[in-house]
Design a protein. Structure first.
Ligand code: SF4
Ligand code: SF4
Length: 193
């Protein structure tokens, strides 16, 4: 009998402990973030859609091999190597570098193994599409436009809230100094010594 009441007591106690946080939020003031008019608060270490410096990529496949869901697709015409004088990779052409975001789980396991530090988790937090194929980002196509990271569809509009306009400009500015090198990465070049 004593054990029965002890179990009963422990059951009620543990439920109340578990419900404490829930009850606290039940009576807390609700906050509605007016997104997209107001920027979402992203922490500095937020892992968003990647930004990729194609001009530094040596197409070694280490990121693709580290990816637990095999969602990085890399194709090249030949070996690539960093040219010490310019800091950019030369050799074969990058014919494809794509990530399937329908599969990506934003774990960042692809980032650390990269020997040239050219793939990073970015601060793009939303993306949508009408088909699964829309969720595959072809970074080689973005490179032709001087972009290192995808832009959500809604951010392609001219009229944007101030924060979104600034963030979009930040993404564009990042690619400007290396725009020429990005396009060259798509072509065969003399291998680096
Ligand atoms: S973040 Fe993770 S799942 Fe996404 S591409 Fe990188 S390794 Fe793969
Ligand atoms: S690990 Fe880095 S250098 Fe190698 S293929 Fe991936 S992004 Fe390119």
């Amino acid at each position: 009998m004593r054990e029965y009441f002890h179990n009963l007591y422990m059951t009620i106690k543990t439920i109340l402990i578990g419900m404490r946080i829930t009850l606290k939020y039940c009576f807390a003031k609700t906050v509605t973030v007016q997104y997209p008019d107001v920027a979402p608060a992203l922490q500095p270490r937020y892992r968003g859609f990647h930004f990729f410096e194609i001009e530094k990529c040596i197409a070694c496949d280490l990121c693709a091999k580290a990816c637990p869901v095999d969602c990085i697709y890399i194709e090249k015409t030949g070996a690539r190597k960093i040219d010490k004088a310019s800091g950019v990779a030369k050799g074969g052409a990058m014919t494809r570098y794509a990530i399937d975001y329908a599969k990506c789980m934003f774990c960042a396991l692809c980032v650390d193994p990269c020997p040239t530090d050219c793939i990073h988790m970015g601060n793009v937090h939303d993306m949508s599409g009408y088909t699964r194929e829309d969720m595959i980002v072809e970074f080689t196509d973005l490179a032709k436009e001087g972009l290192q990271t995808p832009q959500p569809f809604w951010m392609r509009h001219e009229k944007l809230p101030d924060w979104a306009g600034e963030r979009k400009q930040e993404w564009i500015d990042r690619g400007v100094p290396v725009a020429e090198a990005m396009v060259k990465a798509l072509e065969e070049q003399k291998p680096a010594k």
